[in-house]
Design a protein around this ligand. Sequence first.
Ligand SMILES: [Zn+2]
Length: 434
Amino acid sequence: MATVSLRDEAAGLLQELIRLDTVNPPGNETRAAEHLRAYLEANGVACELFAKVPERANLVARIPGTGDGPRLLLLSHTDTVLADPREWQLDPWAGELRDDQVWGRGALDMKGQVAASAVAVASLAREGFEPDGDLIFAACADEEVGDGFGLQWLVEAHPEAVRAEYCVNEGGGDRLVLDGRVFWVCSTAEKMSAPFRLTVHGRSGHASRPGIADNALVKAAPLLERLGMFHDEPEVGPEVAAFLRAVCGAVPEPMDAVSAARAVHPLAGDIVEPLLGTTLAPTMIAASEKRNVIPNRCEITVDCRILPGHTRDEVEAKVAALLEGAAYDLEWIEAQGGTRSPAETPLWDVVESFVAELEPEAQTVPLLLSGFTDSHWVREAFGTVAYGFFPMRAMEAEVAARLIHSADERIEVDDLELGVRFLRHAALGMSSVR
Ligand SMILES: [Zn+2]
């Protein structure tokens, strides 16, 4: 083990993890949990598996603290989305190393960070690292679907296993070059995913005589159009304000935020645009199941993302104003996320100091995510300060964003190595926090 660099160790572990198919559904994350346990225990790290059903285990590893300092949780998930091998240049589950990149489903989302976290913890254990507060590594099941086998279940059934004051998760670490200046993005907050279903009612009939029926699909069309044109009243929350201040030099009025960001760089405008309010995106529609039957109901499913600090009731009122005069039922499907952590914390200082060492001229900026991760479970359950940060610079952020959940997903070994460096830096830095 001593002759293998941390870089090769992380790449090798990632290759092994990719070869364990953990496509969710069905998940089968126990394969990955057992593999990680064997690796970590061989390095002297105590592990426990927690499973609601035997084939979907969550792994929790721990280097116990010697004092009562804050606990740091390195959070990750071992499940992946599916892959269609016909779209790929290489087998998505072969874990091939080619041109200093590890290829395969999950390389970016997020077995790469799983491997880097495990190697960071294992290498610290080998060095006899004694943190003041516990250093915890959790590799959870079921993030991609969220059927209640992963962190959601863990914080309810085994809260002491993952309770921590601070947490590093996925969802950030992009390196942005805007107008010649470098920004490293650390996500500190996430929008709420709150999809809903609108049902429009009519009266069925034979399609050969449309005049005497009441076609719910046709009645739904103008509602669909209005939903698609929705633009929320813009507002600039604390994370977006901090991002704009760094990128634009000042915080513009909410109405001017996108154009001000775009004036610096189009990418900055694209980043800010969905973060100024609630967004509505109709994505699915269902009506008659027979070509010759006029539907008596039509259901429109709307993907809705709400800013932290706002509620579904507020959005329902906005939808009512938008669709004024129309008759429909609105039913919320679920609500997840919509949480934030403060950006002035010891963990922020640790992220910032890593960037300062790596690239002294760069700036670390907080960001609100338009999507969501597992971070909200620990924020809600324990008040954990949770950030998304896994630094990548060998692969451009835009390239990585295109490969996630897509064909030919792969990670640069340079970025894996950088990830190990950051996670070790975070563990060592947080260990001296009082
Ligand atoms: Zn993920």
